[in-house]
Ligand binder design. Structure first.
Ligand SMILES: [Zn+2]
Ligand SMILES: [Zn+2]
Length: 309
């Protein structure tokens, strides 16, 4: 769709979802902010997921030059969307494009999902730039393929990321995806996409969240859900210990906020379900209302320096 068509569909979509919207605060007992929501080409589709899942606000994850689409959606649903931008970190103009995005209103970098090493030169220059611009950087860590020849993303988390956290103390890192969440358990060695069974204490991610004030955890996707679904007693304690460092996100691709069209071959249990709903329910069952509110709403407002209204 071209820009004119996009703006026309935004105008058409602007009224309907507001009418259809239920009061999200009632459904979950707190307003909800989705940190990890990929911008959808059809404007109404963005609002359909938020409204369907009982979500008040979302952070749009985008790539490349998308300012027109973001501004149009923000205008159609005032106050409901912040945005992060990403750009191919192997390209020479990556710093220039991302700097311009922040000047135009982007509040972070992400998601950064590229076939490079987590401590390699391509991402290191992004870590430095994020610190200079005072915005967080959201990174997808994955070491195990979901599909043949998928390749790996921001590799080396378990072995090398502590040195990165030390080297860039002014950078705010937000960790996400399979390797970040599987390494909450101490016994993980890249043997599964979504490991199962009880958690063993002392995992890298758990330790880094405790030791480094510049690391936060994005709980989105099946990876975040899986980590918190494995071991209820561990989960309750983990949420309590890291209550100021965890951020709810969905990374859900269902169409209606109720699971329509969702499937993940590596996680059959989630088929036909909305990842947002599944994780919100899991968090609500696993912790107190006060901690739940911080994870789904309060923490992100502090991190992005936006008022929690
Ligand atoms: Zn991701
Ligand atoms: Zn969903």
């Amino acid at each position: 769709m071209n820009r004119r068509e996009f703006l026309e569909t935004v105008a058409a979509a602007a009224v309907v979802p507001m009418l259809a919207r239920q009061d999200p605060a009632n459904e979950w007992g707190a307003p909800v902010f989705d940190l990890h929501f990929h911008l959808r080409p059809q404007p109404a589709a963005n609002l359909a997921h938020l409204d369907g899942a009982g979500i008040t606000k979302a952070n749009l994850l985008t790539r490349g030059r998308v300012l027109d689409q973001v501004k149009a959606l923000q205008a159609a649903a005032p106050g409901r969307f912040t945005w992060f931008n990403s750009y191919d970190v192997t390209q020479p103009d990556a710093e220039q494009v991302l700097t311009q995005a922040v000047k135009s209103g982007a509040q972070g970098f992400g998601e950064m999902k590229f076939h490079v090493a987590a401590d390699g030169p391509e991402l290191r220059r992004m870590y430095a730039l994020a610190a200079d611009l005072r915005v967080p950087i959201l990174i997808h860590f994955q070491e195990v393929d979901h599909t043949p020849n998928e390749g790996t993303w921001s590799t080396g988390f378990a072995k090398t990321f502590e040195a990165v956290l030390k080297a860039y103390p002014r950078t705010t890192f937000i960790g996400h995806a399979d390797a970040f969440w599987a390494n909450v358990s101490e016994d993980y060695h890249n043997e599964a996409v979504y490991p199962t069974g009880p958690m063993r204490r002392g995992g890298v991610t758990d330790r880094l969240l405790g030791d480094y004030p510049n690391l936060f955890g994005d709980m989105s996707a099946v990876s975040g859900n899986n980590a918190m679904a494995r071991d209820p007693a561990f989960t309750a304690d983990f949420l309590k210990r890291h209550q100021g460092k965890l951020l709810f996100g969905s990374d859900c691709s269902c169409s209606d906020g109720h699971g329509a069209g969702y499937s993940n071959p590596a996680a059959p249990r989630m088929s036909g379900k909305c990842v947002a709903r599944e994780t919100l329910g899991l968090l609500k069952r696993s912790t107190t209302p006060v901690i739940f509110q911080k994870i789904v709403w309060g923490n992100v407002h502090g991190l992005l320096r936006i008022p929690a209204s």
